[in-house]
Design a protein around this ligand. Structure first.
Ligand code: GLA
Length: 538
């Protein structure tokens, strides 16, 4: 390692080397570009919040049609995700999943009832993608706490990982959510089980050529942000960071009177904030949204959407798409807000200031140089003025900053050093801010025979720093590396193909040591590593 006495560089010479390499100050322009293909947070609909385990073919068809007819598909929503309740745990003598043919009938001539490929074909014919659901354990959530109707055992994939994920891929599904009720009941280790499942998904892909997007759902148990990014070598995945915002609210049933609440939305937002784990295709999943469901006002729906947008959380709508009000539809499809969620850097917002308890300033750096999505969030019971200081956003004071308020869509003009707004209690202002980037400092790796690259004596203006990693990956597939910051637990980073020219990915790292004393060590993960050339830190 660069700092170890084994280094072939004597200390004095090493100091000169580091000083020289840390000298290059980048304004914002890097020699490298972002790689062309970075998987963005998935957008779509999930059956659980509004239909619980009553989900069937008719409901799925109506939701898929509504996704198109409401304009949500045009706005970017893609997935129709069938959650728990589609399968009641039956298998045939060979262990193949058997579903109720009445719930999942033939939909076109030549189709067989009870074949999940039927509904997948229907969803695909609408120009959409199809998601399915299982559990990592033996029993699924159906026995642990059935929400509606009787509970069924054996709704999990344990002992059938190879068979079930191959089946999902053969049916044509594009997405699989893997829950943890059975795994939890058996006290399994999620890092082990989810890695095994990732490998079963990879094998299913190699057999069928069909890829299942991997959605891990163990509610934040055993800190998935530390092991879920890239688990089992997967190059794109999401992991739930907390429980359910609300239990399902199903019209016409005993639980129709349940209500979503803003405080539960805040709870999941807070539990989901792990910006150091999120980048380049790996996303914290704050849960399916409850916007448009009973209990939340239009203003609260707007706050909810703003929080999920700045988090770059998956946007999976839980409301019944056939019942959305024009107000909800308009906020779910707001192009500026969706662009924040789908920004190609994929970064999660960081809280940059809390001048008084509950008055918060959140900032999400965006791909365009000098752009930030900023949320002024008032979690107190009284209206209050909240100020975003541009120095807290890592924007220079040299250039005035222009600001657009996204709710309503209104340019506010330009401002010299800060911007203040009065925010109503429980409300938020979502701002699109454009300024000039504060400087980046570039570091070349210190000699480190045992690591891919080690950067020592790294300084940052704020403890959560933005780090651009310049690398080369001439292969056709994404390569992985582990990053350990200041000796803490490592996180996995995906490096998509770059072609012949180096590119950069942006991550956020907690550089919490004072001055130039932070250490970032990249080491190989699964498979051949990328070539790491330098980092630029803001
Ligand atoms: C868990 C998950 C939910 C949903 C239900 C189904 O509670 O967190 O999102 O999938 O299981 O039972």
């Amino acid at each position: 390692m660069g700092n170890s006495p084994k280094s072939k560089f004597a200390p004095a010479r090493r100091f000169a080397f580091l000083t020289l390499t840390a000298l290059a100050l980048f304004p914002a322009l890097l020699p490298a570009q972002r790689p062309a293909t970075i998987p963005l947070p998935p957008m779509g609909w999930s059956s659980w919040n509004s239909f619980s385990n009553t989900i069937n073919s008719d409901i799925t068809i109506a939701q898929a049609k509504a996704m198109v007819s409401t304009g949500m598909a045009k706005a970017g929503y893609r997935y129709i995700n069938i959650d728990e309740g589609w399968w009641l745990g039956d298998r045939d003598a060979e262990g193949n999943i058997v579903v109720d043919p009445k719930a999942w009938p033939a939909l076109a001539s030549g189709e067989k009832p009870g074949d999940m490929a039927n509904i997948v074909r229907f969803i695909h014919a609408q120009g959409l993608k199809a998601g399915t659901y299982t559990d990592a354990g033996q029993d699924g959530c159906g026995t642990v706490g059935p929400d509606l109707g009787p509970g069924y055992p054996n709704e999990g994939a344990e002992n059938h990982y190879e068979q079930d994920f191959l089946q999902f891929a053969r049916w044509g599904f594009d997405y699989v959510k893997v829950d943890w009720c059975g795994g939890d009941k058996e006290n399994l280790d999620p890092a082990v089980q989810y890695a095994e499942i990732a490998r079963a998904i990879a094998r299913a892909q190699s057999i069928t050529g069909h890829r299942l997007y991997y959605s891990i759902c163990n509610w934040g148990a055993r800190s998935p942000w530390t092991w879920a990014p890239g688990v089992g070598g997967v190059t794109a995945d999401i992991w739930r960071t907390g429980g359910d915002i609300v239990a399902p609210i199903v019209a016409g049933t005993k639980n129709a009177s349940r209500r979503a609440e803003l405080k539960e939305v805040f709870r999941e937002f807070d539990q989901g904030n792990h910006p150091e784990a999120q980048h380049t295709g790996y996303y914290n999943d704050l849960d399916m949204m409850v916007a448009g469901m009973s209990g939340l006002s239009d203003a609260e729906n707007r706050v909810h959407m703003s929080l999920w947008a700045i988090s770059a959380s998956p946007l999976l709508i839980g409301a019944d798409l056939t019942e959305l009000t024009p107000a909800t539809l308009s906020l779910l499809t707001n192009p500026d807000v969706l662009a924040i969620n789908q920004d190609p850097l994929g970064l999660q917002a960081v809280k940059v200031a809390e001048p008084a308890p509950g008055l918060q300033v959140w900032s999400k750096p965006l791909a365009k140089s000098g752009d930030r999505a900023v949320l002024l969030l008032n979690r107190t019971a009284a209206a209050a003025s909240i100020t975003a200081r541009f120095s807290d956003l890592n924007l220079t004071a040299a250039v005035p900053v222009t600001i657009k308020d996204l709710w309503p869509d209104k340019s506010l003009g330009s401002f010299p050093a800060s911007y203040s707004a009065t925010v109503e209690p429980g409300d938020a202002a979502l701002l699109l801010i454009h300024g000039a980037e504060a400087k980046f400092t570039t570091y070349k790796p210190a000699p480190s025979p045992n690591q891919l690259a080690t950067f020592t004596q790294v300084a940052a203006a704020h403890s959560m720093a933005r780090v651009q990693v310049v690398y080369a990956n001439p292969a056709k597939t994404t390569r992985l590396a582990e990053l350990r910051v200041n000796g803490r637990i490592a996180t996995r980073i995906a490096f998509p193909p770059t072609g012949p020219t180096p590119a950069f990915v942006t991550i956020q790292s907690q550089l919490d040591r004072p001055g130039a004393t932070n250490v970032l060590e990249f080491s190989p993960a699964a498979g051949p590593p990328p070539q790491i050339q330098s980092i630029s830190v803001q």
